[in-house]
Design a protein around this ligand. Structure first.
Ligand SMILES: [Cu+2]
Length: 358
């Protein structure tokens, strides 16, 4: 009995934790029409299943009590089948399933059509192991960034979903349900955000070691705030330092030294247990304005204006940047950025440089 009580209490606790709308990744607090519709479908399903549960359990309990063996030496009445009942419980589920299927299927069709009465922004979201690339392809925006998606309110965000490696899934719990990023088979989805705010998102399809560490953030702005963000993204960050691709006299100071190292210095190191040589930051990372444009890792043009690093898992602080560059595998298991053999002062200079990229 005691064990039963403990099991029951644990289940109750689990249940109550399952629906906390204030949780950052809760689907019970929709902040856009798509998420709201999906929440509504969930409710229909929930109540349909609750009704089935109640009917079945009531029948079960009733039968157990009514037809139990009443005394030791008397067998309960033996029954074999009941035509009317069997027909009834074959037909009843058809109605239940129809009640669920009609709104579900019609909503799938409804969500297929992009609303034409609102402005629209095109974004390509590309899944990598284990981070996100975002490219705004509209001519008047034309921005590439990573791990933090910025959007305006009340605008259709039409997302093309791409992957070059494995299957990922794009999920912003409060704004829209999941959609897979399938290699060689691009998907698309759209959503709208109602109000400005900061939303948490997560890869929702197991994609390898750091799948759980493949998060991203969505910043929803009013139109003016979004325009401001776009304007800043369109600039090459800190152009004066970008010129520092040689160690000449004009490029003195810690950040300038960092820019030079970033674009020129080659390191040996280890990537996922493999020894590698000739590794250069710029060969994997783009900083707009530099000659070399790597694309094996997130674009870093405006890294200093992002709030997080490593796809949403660490705050973008000097300390975390330092630990990240020093030993990324220690910060994110399985990471595809090498742990490099730096010389004294290299990391400090690199961090100083990255922090100028606003
Ligand atoms: Cu993933």
């Amino acid at each position: 009995m005691r064990i039963l009580k403990i099991v029951f209490a644990t289940m109750l606790l689990g249940l109550s934790l399952a629906c906390t709308p204030e949780h950052l990744q809760s689907t019970f607090d929709p902040k856009g029409p798509i998420a709201r519709d999906q929440g509504y479908l969930f409710e229909i399903l929930f109540w349909a299943m609750a009704a089935v549960f109640v009917v079945v359990q009531t029948g079960l309990v009733y039968t157990i009590i009514r037809y139990r063996r009443k005394s030791e030496n008397e067998l309960p009445k033996q029954v074999h089948g009941h035509d009317k009942l069997e027909i009834a419980w074959t037909i009843a589920p058809i109605f239940v399933l129809a009640a669920v299927a009609i709104p579900t299927v019609s909503m799938i069709f409804e969500h297929d059509d992009i609303p034409t009465n609102k402005p629209k922004i095109e974004v390509i979201a590309e899944g990598y192991q284990w981070w996100w690339g975002f490219e705004y392809t509209d001519e008047n925006i034309n921005v590439i960034t990573a791990n933090e998606l910025h959007i305006p309110t009340d605008t259709v965000i039409n997302v093309s979903l791409k992957s070059e490696n494995v299957i990922h899934s794009f999920w912003i719990p409060k704004l829209a349900g999941k959609m897979d990023l399938v290699p060689n088979n691009n998907n698309s989805m759209w959503f709208i955000a109602d109000e400005p705010g900061e939303y948490y998102a997560q890869c929702a399809e197991y994609c390898g070691t750091s799948h759980a560490n493949m998060k991203f953030k969505v910043y929803v702005h009013d139109q003016a705030g979004f325009d401001e963000w776009v304007e800043n993204e369109q600039k090459s960050a800190n152009a004066s330092l970008i010129e520092c691709t040689s160690a000449d006299a004009n490029c003195s100071g810690l950040a300038a030294k960092g820019a030079y190292i970033f674009a020129n210095k080659k390191f040996s190191g280890v990537i996922r247990g493999q020894q590698v040589d000739n590794q250069m930051c710029a060969a994997c990372h783009t900083v707009a304005g530099m000659k070399i444009r790597g694309n094996a890792g997130p674009v870093l043009t405006h890294i200093a204006s992002r709030t997080t690093i490593a796809s949403g898992i660490y705050d973008n602080t000097e300390e975390n940047l330092t630990s990240w560059i020093t030993d990324p595998k220690n910060m994110k298991p399985g990471v595809y950025m090498p742990t490099l053999n730096f010389e004294e002062g290299d990391v400090e200079a690199l961090v100083a440089y990255l922090q100028t990229l606003r």
